[in-house]
Design a protein around this ligand. Structure first.
Ligand code: MIG
Length: 679
């Protein structure tokens, strides 16, 4: 059951697709107060209460004990003290044996969630806007509560099947020659690959929708050449449009009045990669139409996928703020002995980027009238995704496209996926990437992943190997790294053949993982779940932080510690462990419910499957185009028969019907571990 409560005049975020009438009575469970325009909700927490949710955020699967702030930010250092990342996903599940509450706070401004940080026994949720819709969801189980929420927010984005292939990316691929060499190395070494991302280096002066003629002399021909190799190019598009007369998107944007404006009516500008930029007013329908159409030339030249970046929006500095700093610096020069002034100057320099003051200095023109940016800040990236998706769909009607964004707000899960932003080449970021997935899935972001190998800092061979092993199961399996860091294409490492073997496991499992993904998406279910969702009666399973349920009947337990020769795994029931080394090289080990220390050499990793359920492997291939999903090997542990509904489609149709694509597979035989070939 869902109940809606409205406070003030909420801005229509588009997150919710179902019309519901607001209740008139008091909000159940929560104590509500209004203080200086804010709305504050308080909930008493019992000692055993667990809090799931909040999508993209630091720390564990259980969010209790920290304060999170929904305020989309370009933050490169995902340490546990951080309150915000790039997206806002205001969905929470409060769980204890006698009570389960789903809560969605539909508010595009700053919302803070003190989930037991100030007082362990109390959650305090504060909306700064004070204008919001609140949804309280109560249903029989964690799974059902999430399903009901997902019905409320609408079906998740469906990527094309090729997007589940391995994607190589790096900030610093400068042109055709560079990309060709990367592709050639993969193909020569038989490393499966489906896509290469082009980062900002492909553009002329970082200007969106341009590409360097010297580096890409014939863009269309190059796209065709890559497609013959079964490679899709995936260019990046940033939010800002360079302020430069003669640059078409700037001229047409200005003519269409498509940019955000300041109080005085002039366009708001701030520096990002291209220098001073204007910012498309994605909250305005006409501006969205204009921006979406800018994708057309790239699409017409053969591009089928994009990533959207810097759309929190990320601002390096505004000219106004920089001038203030400059003035402060001059003053400081006259008072050289005043070290406090120096510290204050230093902190204003540090605060130049993404400053609250800048976010309060420009406006959107919406159907609801003019609105100041900070009131709707968290919608900006999501609306960019909407603009892009609508533009792409106009160009490729009826077809799926790849799109993933850095910034997001509930609602954009219908138009694209997200990646988790600038992680580090740190061991703890393997774990963090895994821990974010269920929260993201709750909010409909099924197509997601992290930068495998780590984005910032230098990766190492063992770290990359372990990252890839998690990546085998992430819907978006992309190796990406930052400029000036160690190059991390797998063939640069001594054990590249072993890493290639890991990627072959992805390709062998791909029809099965794709089937699990599509079923979850089309049924409003989760592809990754905390164990608690499947074993709510099991007090051990409730608190597992480093294993996830995958699809209907599988479980993953990635290895995320350096120099580990194995790890502890908790099995909430009897399961078969498939310990992989390569697509055709694995051990099948039946294990009983309980705790196990399991050994995994550096290039070994597990997938666990419930009894009487098969995992399916195909023969593999070097690109998704080459995969044969009609001949499969079923692996499992059964007591007589195992059944599975395999989802199979052409991987491209935009609106597939679940029932039309399910193929019932039944394996019968002697009880025990089995390996059967099906066709
Ligand atoms: O300020 O385009 O998260 O993936 O490589 C950095 C360069 C801008 C941030 C993205 C990252 C990308 C980088 N971008």
């Amino acid at each position: 059951m869902i109940r809606k409560y409205t406070f003030g005049k909420p801005f229509p975020t588009g997150a919710v697709v179902r019309e519901l009438k607001a209740e008139t009575g008091p909000v159940p469970y929560f104590r509500v107060s209004r203080e200086e325009g804010r709305v504050i909700l308080r909930l008493d927490l019992s000692p055993e209460e667990i809090i799931f949710g909040l999508g993209e955020s630091v720390r564990g699967i259980n969010k209790r004990g920290h304060t999170y702030r929904s305020w989309n930010m370009d933050i490169t250092n995902h340490t546990e003290d951080k309150a915000s990342l790039y997206g806002s996903h205001n969905f929470l599940l409060f769980y204890r044996p006698d009570r389960m509450i789903g809560l969605y706070v539909d508010d595009p401004g700053l919302v803070s969630f003190d989930l037991g940080e100030t007082r362990l026994s109390e959650a305090v949720i504060t909306s700064e806007n004070g204008d919001l819709d609140l949804y309280v969801i109560e249903n029989g189980s964690l799974k059902e509560t999430v399903r009901e929420f997902r019905e409320l927010i609408g079906r998740s984005y469906l990527p094309p099947r090729w997007a589940f292939g391995y994607i190589q990316s790096r900030w610093g691929y400068t042109g055709e020659e560079n990309v060709r060499a990367v592709v050639k190395s993969h193909r020569e070494k038989h490393i499966p690959l489906d896509g290469v991302c082009l980062d900002i280096d492909y553009m002329v002066d970082f200007k969106n929708f341009t590409w360097k003629p010297s580096a890409f002399p014939d863009w269309k021909r190059f796209n065709e050449e890559m497609k013959r190799e079964h490679i899709r190019l995936i260019p990046i598009i940033d939010a800002g449009i360079k302020q430069e007369k003669g640059y078409e998107p700037y001229d047409t944007g200005l003519a269409r009045d498509a940019f955000c404006r300041k109080e005085d009516g002039t366009p708001f500008t701030a520096a990002v990669w291209p220098g001073l930029c204007c910012f498309p007013d994605f909250l305005n329908a006409d501006a969205r139409k204009w921006f979406g159409d800018l994708y057309r030339p790239l699409l017409e030249e053969g591009v089928e996928g994009f990533w959207n970046d810097m759309n929190e929006p990320s601002l390096f500095y505004s000219p106004e703020a920089l001038r203030d700093c400059y003035r402060q610096a001059l003053e400081q020069c006259e008072r050289v002995n005043d070290y406090q002034g120096m510290w204050s100057l230093k902190s204003s320099l540090d605060g130049l980027a993404n400053s609250g003051k800048d976010f309060r200095s420009f406006y959107h023109r919406t159907e609801q009238g003019r609105i100041r940016h900070d009131r709707v800040h968290n919608l900006y990236g999501a609306k960019m995704v909407q603009a892009s998706a609508e533009g792409i769909r106009r160009c490729l009607p009826g077809r799926r496209y790849l799109l993933f964004s850095r910034s997001s707000f509930t609602g954009s899960h219908r138009d694209g996926g997200i990646w988790q932003g600038d992680n580090y080449s740190w061991w703890e970021h393997i774990r963090l990437a895994m821990q974010m997935m269920p929260g993201l899935n709750m909010c409909g972001y099924l197509f997601s992943g992290c930068d495998l190998g780590g984005f910032a800092l230098n990766t190492t061979e063992d770290l990359l190997a372990r990252f890839l092993q998690l990546g085998v199961f992430l819907p978006l399996m992309r190796n990406h790294s930052a400029l000036y860091t160690r190059e991390q294409e797998i063939y640069r490492f001594d054990s590249w053949e072993k890493m290639r073997d890991t990627i072959t496991v992805r390709y062998a499992l791909l029809p099965f993982l794709y089937s699990e993904f599509m079923k979850a998406a089309l049924r409003n279910e989760m592809y990754f779940r905390p164990l608690a969702f499947d074993y709510p009666e099991d007090s051990r399973a409730l608190r597992v932080e480093d294993q996830l349920m995958l699809g209907e009947d599988c479980m993953i337990a990635p290895i995320y510690e350096q120099n580990a020769g194995g790890r502890y795994v908790y099995l909430p029931e009897d399961m078969l462990m498939i310990r992989f080394r390569a697509a055709g090289d694995y051990d099948l080990i039946p294990l009983e419910k309980g705790d196990h220390y399991l050994e995994f050499g550096l290039h070994e990793f597990p997938l666990f499957v419930r009894k009487n359920r098969p995992a399916l492997l195909c023969a593999g291939g070097e690109s998704t185009d080459e995969l044969d999903d009609t001949s499969l090997t079923a692996l499992g542990w059964m007591e007589g028969a195992a059944e599975y509904d395999l989802y199979r489609d052409d991987g491209l149709q935009a609106e597939p019907k679940l029932e039309e694509h399910l193929n019932r597979i039944r394996v019968e035989g002697k009880p025990g571990v089995f390996r059967y070939t099906l066709s």
